[in-house]
Design a protein. Structure first.
Length: 529
């Protein structure tokens, strides 16, 4: 039986127009999403995936110019609804949007409960006294432990993954006819992502448009996959058929990139030295009564790549910030070389900051949007008073090393793709010649081709600059090949530290075994069985 279309776009032509240039995104683009259909949209950054999501919800920036085409929702042109509040009601009750960065979607001065109250009250979903029970029901459906406590918390008290699940729960409360997810699992750990995927796959009576760079997520959720390349759908086929026998060369390249993970053992470089460059002993950290880190003991050896993995909220990022020296009231010892960093006052600690640098997950958020790329890369040198007279030369050399063309030196981050922003962030982290580089989910938000490029780039730079790398990630599939050892974290503690042999032989804790099993389910061979 033929299903009725929920969304119908015909001959859409859309561009971004600024004073300096015109960027054509879509030309005569068409798309139909039917009732209860689940579609995944994949493709590289800059191909127009997020633009499509913003177009569907009517939140395009002012620079976006629609030159032609039609768009209907359940047969009605929603852009004929000119009143702002009326359009807002359509957005919530008809179309719900899960954004990629949940922390930017939540008001930092309001509790999670207040978010639910405003949303459900505006759309008249239920009475005020019923909001709490409905919200907690949806939070618990996403396997959020202690949902009551989460409901009463502020966004800054929750991990990024937890904030993402809160946003998903808010969308599900609205019971929309179309749910748009823009990379909804990219900030989640592998176990939480698995549960969210199961929730999305089992939704009944809701059409889903899933934008993702993770082909395994698309394979598990979607009935149909669309491959977007330069604003055009180059391939559109049922999931099993497209993955088993892709026809377009671009689709083949995406699948090949997903299956290919660089192996640290194949890169050569300096031999790992048995003496640790970093010794962490008895480190504990609390936020009020909430314990984030409990008696962390860890040694990081020179020239190794150490992976750290665990569920959202287990303390991975907090441990990284403790090493960087941006957390206060930390108990224990963190020895870099022979110096306990935790005992140093701010001015003396600053002396070591050039030698321990960090690449953050959301590079676009940490690059100053008002400054040009070449100036951004030199920032650490000005801040630390280093290499006067050679700063611009060093910045240019590193930008070349990370693959940023000279034509990009004098543009601002807003004019770069996500992958280019991440390369600029890597150059800035390396310009002060660090000995330790901490990568906190440095590739999780990137599309698969760019992710592979960045992973290979980091390995090349490790060999070139004799770096010690701490790789914080949700994806044990990557860490298995990429790291010499992996520290498994759970509930604020390090559960165990394993090497490749232990992983391959199954000589691991049951929790680690569970991570491996879920990771294996991400392989395309498993999905296609």
């Amino acid at each position: 039986m033929k299903k009725n279309p929920v969304v119908k776009i015909e001959d859409l032509t859309l561009s971004y127009v600024t004073d300096k240039r015109v960027v054509n995104v879509y030309e005569n683009f068409s798309l139909v999403i039917s009732e209860n259909e689940k579609i995944a949209l994949i493709g590289q950054s800059g191909n127009g995936k997020s633009t499509l999501a913003k177009f569907l919800t009517g939140i395009l920036p002012k620079s976006a110019v629609i030159k032609g085409g039609t768009y209907s929702l359940e047969g009605v042109d929603i852009f004929k609804k000119e009143k702002f509040l009326e359009l807002n009601k359509v957005r919530g009750s008809k179309i719900a949007f899960i954004f990629q960065d949940a922390t930017e979607s939540l008001n930092p001065i309001q509790t999670i409960g207040r978010h639910f109250e405003e949303l459900l009250g505006f759309h008249q979903i239920c009475e005020k006294e019923e909001v709490r029970s409905l919200a907690i029901e949806k939070l618990e459906s996403l396997l959020i432990k202690d949902a009551e406590k989460v409901y009463d918390s502020y966004p800054h008290q929750l991990s990024g993954g937890m904030c993402q699940r809160v946003c998903i729960a808010m969308c599900l409360c609205l019971d929309p006819i179309l749910l748009i997810g823009d990379e909804p699992t990219s900030s989640l750990d592998v176990l939480s992502a698995y549960e969210v995927i199961e929730n999305l796959r089992n939704l009944e009576g809701i059409s889903v448009l899933l934008i993702t760079h993770d082909i395994s997520v698309a394979a598990k959720v979607a009935d149909r996959i669309l491959v977007l390349d330069k604003g055009e759908i180059c391939e559109d086929a049922p999931t099993q058929i497209l993955l088993a026998a892709p026809k377009h060369e671009y689709t083949k390249s995406l699948i090949d990139s997903y299956n290919e993970i660089p192996n640290v053992n194949e890169m050569g470089g300096e031999t790992i030295e048995p003496s640790p460059i970093l010794r962490i002993s008895g480190v504990s950290k609390s936020y009020g009564s909430f314990r984030v880190l409990s008696d962390i003991n860890l040694e990081v050896y020179r020239n190794e790549i150490l992976g750290i993995i665990g569920e959202s909220g287990c303390g991975k990022s907090t441990l990284s910030r403790c090493i960087m020296g941006v957390e206060e009231n930390v108990a224990g010892e963190i020895f870099y070389e022979d110096v306990d960093l935790l005992k140093l006052k701010v001015r003396k600690r600053r002396k070591f900051s050039p030698e321990i640098q960090m690449i953050f997950q959301n590079s676009r958020a940490v690059l100053n949007p008002r400054r040009k790329v070449l100036d951004i890369v030199q920032e650490p040198l000005f801040y630390n008073g280093l290499y006067k007279g050679h700063r611009e030369e060093m910045a240019m050399a590193l930008l070349g090393d990370v693959g940023i063309d000279e034509s990009m030196y004098y543009v601002r981050p807003t004019e770069l793709s996500t992958g280019q922003c991440q390369r600029v962030a890597i150059a800035r982290a390396l310009v002060s010649k660090p000995k330790i580089l901490i990568c906190d989910e440095a590739v999780s938000s990137l599309d698969i081709n760019i992710q592979l490029q960045i992973l290979k780039l980091l390995l090349e730079l490790k060999v070139r600059y004799n770096l010690t790398i701490i790789m914080v990630s949700h994806d044990i599939r990557v860490l298995q090949n990429y790291c010499n050892r992996i520290a498994i974290m759970k509930d604020s503690r390090i559960l165990e530290i394993v090497d490749k042999d232990s992983l391959s032989k199954g000589l691991v804790h049951p929790y680690t075994e569970n991570l491996l099993n879920v990771s294996c389910s991400k392989s395309l061979e498993t999905v296609l069985q």
